[in-house]
Design a binder for this molecule. Structure first.
Ligand code: SF4
Length: 66
């Protein structure tokens, strides 16, 4: 089944530079100021690095969801 990366906005404290942005190997994450990161779905290869990295679980790979 297909996976899809989701940002769980309410899990993100939105008060720091997102360290997961630098973890992404393809530059699919971006962040405006200290807001929750956004995902470029054209770039994301669903590797799960960012979801394993974020200690707040604000980035999650979900199964087969739009
Ligand atoms: S799942 Fe992988 S490719 Fe997609 S945004 Fe996270 S780190 Fe980047």
């Amino acid at each position: 089944m297909d996976k899809r990366l989701k940002v769980i906005i309410e899990n993100c404290p939105k008060n720091h530079k997102c360290p997961a942005v630098k973890v992404c190997p393809v530059g699919a994450l971006s962040q405006k100021e200290n807001e929750a990161p956004t995902i470029d779905y054209d770039k994301c290869i669903k590797c799960g690095k960012c979801s394993n990295f974020c200690p707040k679980k604000a980035l999650v790979l979900v199964e087969g969801e739009e």
